[in-house]
Write a protein that binds this ligand. Structure first.
Ligand SMILES: Cc1cc2nc3c(=O)[nH]c(=O)nc-3n(C[C@H](O)[C@H](O)[C@H](O)COP(=O)(O)OP(=O)(O)OC[C@H]3O[C@@H](n4cnc5c(N)ncnc54)[C@H](O)[C@@H]3O)c2cc1C
Length: 368
């Protein structure tokens, strides 16, 4: 029995090794179009490779995989995070669990994962063809794999582990096999914001922020970082991933609401009222509510109704909150007044522009 695996990334190697261990008589060939194997693994997890997660604090998969929780649930029934943990340790990679439940190699280096895959592929006699792009598959019996040089090779099984593709053209050969192709869009990017006052707060981190796109169900919580181009951090990266298709459809322009406190407006107002009552002689500017960084707090106050925050010299303590209906401390910017325009992710801007150059303006069927 012969199996061709097309793509020498994490998925290709993981499949090849498991196939050979379960089915030692199987002849397994990995085709890799580039000169490098497992290149993405090298950069994963900031060079440390986040192998899995203990899921200890995850009660609901849809909260952490809103775009594919049903599929994830099904897949994890067959191979769970515990199986993944055990697999790596059984194959000679000791792991460590971080306080946030993420699992990394104890060596804190993605190279140990690459070394593990390469070692076991060699041990099991897996045939690896570098610089060998597969250009076509003939779906007859036996299946045939076509490469630019040499004659087509026959296989009993073919697995496609070609990873993500940035353009439709890279997927055309799979569409030719009858597969339905999802239009590829970028994911996991940061946002540009046209608000110089906010950007001046670069370097500010808020741990428990929630970012949302008004009028949609897209929202994400977590640490948020203000950068010199806009906002970044886990909350924003997650939001970009949840709303990847929506943002692509809206040409990467959308309003954004940031809740800096993790509380609703009533709670915010109640907490501020209590603070003011407890500190009748203090200015709001000298209070530090919600654990917000001082610079950000001052920025938010400056956006609020400044009159109502200024003490009247004749009445020393009228340190009042702005009136409720105007929502001055809602910590959000109504899009009709001052939209926060999100542009392409700055660190990925070159890449995304590149992608967009190659993407048709509208979704187009692949079939001629
Ligand atoms: C910066 C960054 C950090 C990440 N961090 C993490 C992390 O910490 N934890 C985590 O779980 N995930 C992480 N990921 C995601 C993870 O790296 C990928 O999901 C994973 O590597 C994908 O593996 P793959 O084998 O599916 O695809 P790929 O790694 O993309 O491999 C596909 C391979 O197929 C080859 N190929 C494509 N077409 C052909 C063809 N026609 N013929 C022959 N070969 C072909 C490609 O050259 C490529 O080598 C990160 C990703 C990035 C970019």
């Amino acid at each position: 029995m012969r199996t061709a695996i097309i793509g020498g990334g994490a998925a290709g190697f993981f499949l090849a090794i498991n196939l050979k261990e379960m089915c030692p008589q199987m002849h397994v060939t990995i085709y890799e179009r580039s000169q490098h194997l497992l290149r993405k693994v090298k950069v994963s997890g900031g060079g440390r490779c986040n192998c899995t997660n203990t899921f200890e604090d995850v009660r609901d998969l849809s909260a952490v995989y809103p775009r594919g929780h049903r599929l994830m649930k099904r897949l994890m029934k067959g191979f769970s995070q515990r199986d993944a943990y055990a697999w790596f340790e059984r194959h000679g990679v000791p792991l460590t669990v971080q306080p946030d439940h993420c699992v990394f190699p104890a060596a804190q280096d993605s190279q140990v994962i690459i070394d593990c895959f390469l070692h076991h592929a060699r041990r099991l006699g897996i045939d690896i063809r570098l610089s060998t792009p597969v250009t076509a598959i003939t779906p007859a019996s036996p299946l045939q794999v076509t490469v630019p040089e040499g004659s087509p090779e026959s296989f009993d099984f073919i697995a496609l582990t070609t990873g993500g593709q940035s353009s439709l053209s890279g997927l055309r050969w799979l569409a030719d096999l009858g597969h339905e192709i999802e239009f590829p869009v970028p994911s996991l990017f940061t946002f540009s914001i046209e608000d110089h006052a906010l950007r001046a707060l670069m370097g500010t981190v808020v741990e428990g922020a929630t970012a949302a796109i008004p009028g949609t169900k897209f929202r994400a919580s977590g640490p948020l970082l203000i950068t010199h181009w806009g906002v970044s951090g886990p909350a924003i990266l997650k939001l970009s991933s949840y709303a990847a298709r929506y943002l692509a459809d809206h040409d990467y322009h959308a309003p954004l609401i940031i809740n800096w406190t993790g509380m609703n407006e009533e709670q915010v107002r109640a907490e501020l009222q209590a603070l003011l009552a407890a500190n009748p002689h203090k200015q709001l500017t000298s209070l530090h509510p919600f654990g917000l960084p001082t610079r950000l707090w001052h920025h938010l106050l400056s956006k609020a109704n400044s009159q109502s925050l200024t003490p009247n010299p004749q009445h020393p303590t009228p340190n009042r909150l702005p009136p409720p209906p105007q929502n001055p401390l809602s910590l959000r910017r109504p899009p009709h007044r001052r939209p926060l325009h999100h542009r392409l992710p700055r660190p990925l801007q070159g890449r995304v522009r590149h992608l967009r150059r190659h993407l048709p303006q509208q979704r187009q069927p692949l079939d001629p």
